[in-house]
Design a protein around this ligand. Structure first.
Ligand SMILES: NC(=O)C1=CN([C@@H]2O[C@H](COP(=O)(O)OP(=O)(O)OC[C@H]3O[C@@H](n4cnc5c(N)ncnc54)[C@H](O)[C@@H]3O)[C@@H](O)[C@H]2O)[C@@H](O)CC1
Ligand SMILES: [K+]
Length: 518
């Protein structure tokens, strides 16, 4: 599903009016009708109820007046509170305001705002938030802020028109205070603020309704991909009936050090569970016995470590030989921060030609000499930092990374020519050519050790199977989160382990393949 900014949506509205001759009033009518239909379908199953529309002075309020008129025609008891003077309402919004019965509209500008109408709030079946939409430009204060707090505290379901008032449509951030909606009805395309945290938590159920924006305009609009089930499903390769293990790639995973054999095993086992034809796990020889036990399908490749349980540059020729001709190579899970291991990682990243995934300690090695990335030979290098690792890679603070996740990921991917997965709630995927996606799967049960090692295994398996790099990244993060969602549905989020997620990867793929509709 494509998601856009508020500005892009407003430009689409303008072009629909200017270039396609669709009057703004028609768009507003369609928007209001879409909301009214969604309200009836969700809250009107017992027949018409009582509705309170809280409107601001712009076109978001205009949609609210259309909702008020249409639901009144259907027998609902409707009251509209406008937090402005009548003269402040202009254009299409004014035309729709003037169509409402005067007795059903109250103007309550500053300083009183919504406060005198708290009894109406408490008696409503549904409250409609038509205060602020894509026109929100600054922190919400004064009567608008008070009105939002009153709506949130009234105990009645709130339906947000377009976007919950107070949520920035471009970033999902709360500008001061924001409506907590039970249902959000938006128009033509979802906005970034609907899918990014914390905005996503304010939307409740999200419905996208058609308001008559021409398809070619929506398709051509600049936006980013939100990877939901439907989008992920389209990415899964179906298997040929005459396939053999050579059809699905051979992954080499370079991982592990004393105390971190689990990371290496999970990366290798997750590659197996994600459809890799063959997996070889190259790890310090001191760990070989334990890794032979922790992995079954994967082959181990013990590298001489002088009994120290960590790798250094002396193994470079052997690893390069092993990497030759592989479908993909992954470097990092559990490798340790040791300086000699970091040197090995940097040489491998420079010299390996196969599609490469670098994670965990591999990323820490890179952040010490980031320009290594500029000399890389592989055309596909995927980095999978969490915000702390991203901060070290980009020379920023974690707060700066979190405040601008999309921008930081996009800029880094373009500058170093890499595919970047910035992990966290709503992982961001950025390609070197500027493509960007946001992952829609996953849950807080994933906030535990080892989840990143599983993701590394998934990504190396997909790259090894020949998926195009951006597709591999988008599908990989979705499947990883989707497997965790399956675990959460079975046993909850608390106590979910990375191995639980690893073991549910086949179900995650299968769910997508078997899914119908949506
Ligand atoms: N033709 C169109 O442009 C269409 C617009 N539609 C609706 O119109 C909305 C956008 O309308 P507008 O651009 O009029 O803007 P809004 O109605 O979102 O905002 C109202 C006004 O609030 C002011 N404002 C901005 N930040 C504020 C703050 N922090 N506190 C108080 N006031 C603030 C702005 O000056 C803005 O004009 C969309 O979200 C959608 O609901 C739909 O009717 C579809 C068609
Ligand atoms: K709104």
């Amino acid at each position: 599903m494509k998601v856009v900014t508020g500005e892009v949506m407003q430009e689409m509205d303008r072009r629909t009016i200017r270039e396609y001759g669709v009057p703004g009033l028609v768009l507003m009518e369609n928007a209001g009708r879409g909301c009214a239909d969604a309200i009836k379908a969700t809250f009107g199953l017992q027949g018409p109820g009582k509705i309170l529309v809280v409107a601001g002075k712009g076109n978001n309020g205009g949609d609210g007046y259309v909702i008020a008129r249409l639901l009144r025609e259907e027998g609902w008891l409707v009251k509209t509170i406008v937090l402005a003077e009548r003269d402040e309402i202009t254009g299409d919004a004014r035309a729709n305001l003037d169509r409402l019965a005067p007795a059903a509209v109250v103007f309550s500008p500053a300083p009183s705002g919504l406060a005198p109408w708290h009894t109406d709030l408490e008696q409503a079946t549904v409250v409609v938030d038509a205060l602020l939409g894509t026109g929100l430009r600054s922190e919400v204060q004064g009567v608008y802020a008070e009105a939002i707090s009153l709506m949130n505290g009234c105990g009645k379901p709130v339906v947000a028109v377009d976007i919950p008032s107070g949520i920035d449509a471009a970033t999902g951030t709360v500008l001061g205070v924001a409506v907590k909606a039970a249902l959000t009805v938006t128009f033509a395309l979802a906005k970034r603020g609907h899918v990014l945290f914390p905005g996503v938590d304010h939307c409740g159920i999200l419905r996208v309704v058609d308001i008559g924006i021409p398809g070619e305009l929506a398709e051509g609009a600049p936006g980013i991909e939100y990877v939901d089930r439907r989008a992920a499903r389209l990415l899964v390769h179906r298997r040929e009936r005459n396939a053999h293990k050579g059809s699905f790639g051979h992954c080499l995973i370079i991982a592990g050090s004393t105390g971190k054999s689990g990371a290496a095993a999970m990366a290798a086992n997750s590659a197996v569970r994600s459809g890799a034809g063959l997996v070889t796990l190259a790890a310090p020889a001191a760990l070989n016995t334990v890794l032979e036990i922790k992995t079954t399908e994967a082959m181990t490749f013990p590298l001489d470590d002088g009994g120290r349980g960590l790798l250094d540059e002396t193994v470079l020729p052997l690893v390069m030989q092993a990497a030759a001709g592989k479908g993909s190579v992954a470097i990092g899970p559990g490798l340790s921060w040791a300086p000699e291991t970091a040197c090995l990682v940097r040489q491998l990243v420079s010299e390996i030609e196969a599609p490469l995934v670098v994670d965990a300690d591999g990323l820490n090695a890179l952040s010490e000499q980031i320009d290594v990335l500029k000399g890389k030979r592989s055309p596909v290098v995927v980095l999978t930092p969490h915000p702390g690792e991203m901060a070290r890679l980009a020379g920023l603070s974690t707060v700066e990374v979190e405040a601008n996740r999309l921008g930081v990921a996009r800029e880094f991917a373009a500058r170093y020519g890499v595919y970047l997965l910035l992990k966290g709630a709503r992982t961001v995927v950025a390609a070197p050519d500027g493509r960007i996606a946001i992952n829609g799967s996953g849950n807080p049960g994933m906030a535990s050790g080892g989840m990143g090692d599983v993701l590394t295994g998934v990504l190396s398996a997909l790259l090894g199977q020949g998926y195009e790099a951006f597709d591999a990244c988008c599908l990989g993060v979705f499947i990883h989160g989707h497997a965790a969602d399956i675990v959460a549905a079975e046993k909850g989020e608390i106590g979910m382990s990375a191995v639980d997620v690893q073991e549910h990867l086949p179900w995650a793929f299968n769910n997508l393949i078997m899914q119908t509709g949506e």
